[in-house]
Write a protein that binds this ligand. Structure first.
Ligand SMILES: Nc1ncnc2c1ncn2[C@@H]1O[C@H](COP(=O)(O)OP(=O)(O)O)[C@@H](O)[C@H]1O
Ligand SMILES: [Mg+2]
Length: 274
């Protein structure tokens, strides 16, 4: 059997909460296996609404969602299949966390899939290890710090082993050390072939992480292109209220091409050329 071109495809979806301007207007996006995509846009641009449409929590009023080339219907079975493949890490962990200990929280999803106990245990261990939560197994999630809760909410989704993980502003609430750790985890997931779509305000993080950038502005998708192409378009960034990543702006000013992703790479290139 040949693999369909896209893992998840949104065809011209629109969504309105019914109180004025639509939150999404005719968005078409196709996501392939293993892609690393950042979704940028101001507050209220429609990022969270977009994510909720991607895994069937919200049903677009028009347009369609396709999983592996097949239209997802309203049937329970189709929606369950969509959610098994597409996992969302919510921006606010309190919207996601329900159980009374970290380990019961992270086991909950795999148990609901009806997996054998040994597999549930294996997934739990791997997810806790990836998010550095092994020492907190028996702690009640509701008494953890904001950053710790965030890591639990990510472990929740990792344990489901989705094909595509949607992270809604994952670095908000994480300190620097945990942001670095999260980026390492995301790199490891990428090596395992997981596709990732991450919404963020942090253009520096987006430039380090993403191969492709989507930009939403007032419910319109105003860019969908390779990261270097998007960040070279100053007018577009201004329209979306976004800064240029620091390494990107500095490299452009210095005439360095191709533009490195990190300050370390940039320093190294400057040293080599001087
Ligand atoms: N539950 C809701 N009820 C009504 N309007 C909403 C709701 N959630 C979001 N909106 C509106 O939809 C638009 C897009 O919001 P959202 O998707 O949360 O944007 P973002 O995640 O980019 O900040 C905004 O105008 C917001 O006020
Ligand atoms: Mg949001």
């Amino acid at each position: 059997m040949t693999q369909p071109e896209s893992l998840l495809e949104l065809r011209s979806i629109s969504y309105s909460y019914g109180n004025g301007e639509p939150a999404l207007r005719g968005i078409s996006v196709s996501i392939r296996t293993g892609e690393r995509i950042a979704l940028l846009g101001n507050n209220g641009a429609g990022k969270s609404t977009f994510f909720l449409c991607c895994n069937g929590v919200l049903k677009p009023q028009s347009g369609s969602v396709l999983l592996n080339g097949t239209v997802v219907s309203n049937k329970k079975r189709d929606l369950a299949e969509l959610r098994r493949h597409v996992g969302i890490v919510f921006q606010d962990p309190d919207h996601q966390i329900i159980a009374s200990t970290v380990e019961s929280e992270v086991s909950f999803g795999p148990m609901n899939l009806g997996l054998p106990k040994s597999q549930v245990a294996g997934r739990l261990d791997a997810a806790l290890k990836a998010m550095n939560l092994e020492a907190m197994r028996t702690r009640p999630p509701h008494y953890l710090s904001g950053g710790e809760k965030k890591r639990v909410s990510i472990a929740d989704i990792l344990a489901m082993e989705p094909s595509l993980i949607l992270l809604d502003e994952p670095t908000a609430g994480l300190d620097c050390a945990h942001t670095v750790r999260l980026e390492e985890t995301m790199a490891a997931l990428h090596r395992q072939g997981m596709a990732m779509l991450v919404s963020t305000h942090d253009v520096n993080f987006a430039w380090r992480f993403a191969d492709r950038i989507l930009v939403l502005s007032k419910g319109d998708l105003i860019a969908d292109a390779p990261a270097a192409e998007v960040f070279s378009q100053t007018a577009l960034l201004q329209q979306a209220g976004l800064e240029k990543p620091a390494v990107f702006a500095l490299s452009e000013a210095l005439g360095i091409h191709p533009i490195p992703r990190t300050m370390e790479e940039l320093t190294c290139q400057i040293r080599q050329s001087s």
